[in-house]
Design a protein around this ligand. Sequence first.
Ligand SMILES: Cc1cc2nc3c(=O)[nH]c(=O)nc-3n(C[C@H](O)[C@H](O)[C@H](O)COP(=O)(O)OP(=O)(O)OC[C@H]3O[C@@H](n4cnc5c(N)ncnc54)[C@H](O)[C@@H]3O)c2cc1C
Ligand code: FES
Length: 275
Amino acid sequence: MPDKNPYEVLKADVLDVIEESPTIKSFYLKPERPFEFATGQFIELSLPGIGEAPFTPSSSHYEKEKIWVTIMNAGFVTNQIHKVQKGDVMGIRGPYGKGYPLDIFKGKDVLLLGGGVGLAPLRCLLQTMIHDINDYKSITVCFGARTPDDMIYKDQIKDWKGHEKIHHLCTVDKCSESDIWKGKTGVVTILLDDIKVDPKEAIAVVCGPPIMMKFGTFSLLDKGFKQGNIYLSMEKKMYCGFGQCRHCVMGKYYACKDGPVFTYEQIKDEEKIWD
Ligand SMILES: Cc1cc2nc3c(=O)[nH]c(=O)nc-3n(C[C@H](O)[C@H](O)[C@H](O)COP(=O)(O)OP(=O)(O)OC[C@H]3O[C@@H](n4cnc5c(N)ncnc54)[C@H](O)[C@@H]3O)c2cc1C
Ligand code: FES
């Protein structure tokens, strides 16, 4: 971004707020001018007088006029963001970082492994791939939530399943007897037993809480996925977003400007990647 002020904040009108689960909401935003980003890049979303936090848009990069961001209430800033209503105004700066190398994914089976709100950044990738569905051999979405109530994008699953090239698998860690749940029960990695792709050639993209990323990656390696074909979206603590503050340092990498998307092969020898 040589000719652009990297701190510039655009105003964004909140067009709608959707309650996805008890702790997760989606915000449908209209920036004051079209917002260009690449799938997998992130933004800093701010509330005046409160603060800002990094998020990956959940909408396709083809949608430039309006973007979706799906946010879990995790702490101070996100708690305030959850109080935002339709008609309010937020701030967006970015985009930052490097996204997914879609040219490498083309012609291949692509598996998305998401846990909890980790499906939000993966939705951006999924929507982008759906736009160009003929460029991909197949797309498999494996998603795990804690309980049926914690499942996000429930109303979109049937659209995804409607695509001949998309296989959608989901599981919950636990469900009570009163839950109406017909899917699998168990951690998200159990879904890998049901996938129908050749692990030696397929691409896997993992996003979720650190523990899920760790065991998800190890399960993919056990299944035969190559280290260089496993892409991880590293959600490290970030402030500036573009290599100035060093808050996101991971060994020799800055998660913000060298990532947030890395292959496992790139970062496997760096310290504390799963923290
Ligand atoms: C590139 C990137 C993309 C992200 N995309 C999304 C997204 O699409 N949706 C979403 O809900 N969240 C996303 N996150 C995580 C989100 O940024 C954090 O949840 C948020 O910064 C927490 O801010 P807070 O002030 O509410 O929490 P705090 O009060 O600062 O902290 C509350 C808890 O959240 C943890 N936390 C703080 N910052 C982060 C962080 N960056 N990553 C993970 N945990 C953190 C803290 O360790 C603490 O345990 C993303 C993070 C990064 C770096
Ligand atoms: S967030 Fe500031 S250097 Fe990465």
